[in-house]
Ligand binder design. Structure first.
Ligand SMILES: [Fe+2]
Length: 249
């Protein structure tokens, strides 16, 4: 049994050291609670052995983000730190986990670490055991589902460190279009224009593992809202029309 009250309290205390007025910090606090709830919902639907452990995966998955934002003021791992590995190091090597869940068994700690370390990897490593892969996939699906919400409620400028002008006028690069056509996520380093970041987030739909996750995505409606983006660039507008009619196929 996980003491959720303690986890929530420890989380609130941890983030109190950061500037909640900073929109990036604020969005990661909300994201954390949303991902935890989604993890639990997916875990219960797919019959994971311990839905509370999945909830804990959600609560701790982005703990590395707060220090990343304070030090580098960006979410872009490529120009700062790998936030998943950084967070996992804080929790499992530097002892931060004890503040949240000191009662956790060794086996559950290993599952938690596995899920957090690989939550933002382009692909899971093929050697994972079935249970490990399950906790990883639940967290990865939940994270993606809430990214669609965050994209709808947060100015893109704050998420991607680009200007509104750049988003509204840029074209979608060839490499990013190819990812959509091949129906998979955009690998890190393949994005070259501002609107590429928006399309790359839409491509996350293709990576949802569990049917319930796709159902949640459709029910939330955020993906459809993101697809209604109206670019000032005619080519990008046409590309969005194409994506709107093909994304859910
Ligand atoms: Fe993350």
């Amino acid at each position: 049994m996980i003491n959720r009250e303690r986890v929530r309290r420890a989380f609130d205390e941890y983030v109190a050291a950061y500037d909640a007025q900073d929109p990036k910090i604020h969005l990661k606090i909300e994201h954390t609670y949303a991902v935890a709830a989604l993890c639990e919902r997916i875990a219960r639907t797919v019959g994971a052995p311990d839905a509370e452990l999945s909830w804990l995966c959600g609560m701790l998955h982005d703990i590395g983000r707060f220090e990343q934002i304070r030090r580098y003021n960006t979410f872009i791992d490529a120009v700062s730190v790998d936030h998943a590995a950084f967070g996992a190091d804080l929790l499992f090597r530097e002892g931060l986990l004890a503040r949240f869940a000191p009662e956790l068994s060794e086996a559950d700690t290993a599952l938690l670490e596995c899920a957090i370390r690989s939550h933002s990897a382009y692909r899971l490593s093929p050697g994972l055991r079935e249970t490990e892969a399950m906790y990883c996939n639940i967290l990865r699906d939940a994270d993606k589902l809430d990214i669609f919400r965050v994209d709808c409620v947060t100015p893109m400028e704050d998420i991607f460190n680009v200007t509104r002008e750049e988003i509204e006028t840029s074209a979608v690069s060839e490499a990013v279009r190819a990812c959509f056509l091949e129906r998979h996520a955009v690998p890190r380093g393949s994005k070259s224009t501002a609107v590429d970041f928006c399309v790359a987030h839409l491509c996350l739909v293709f990576e949802l593992v569990y049917p319930v996750s796709r159902e949640i995505a459709r029910e939330q409606g955020y993906v459809d809202r993101l697809l209604n983006f109206s670019s000032r660039n005619a080519e990008t507008r046409a590309w969005y029309a194409y994506m709107r009619s093909h994304i859910w196929e």
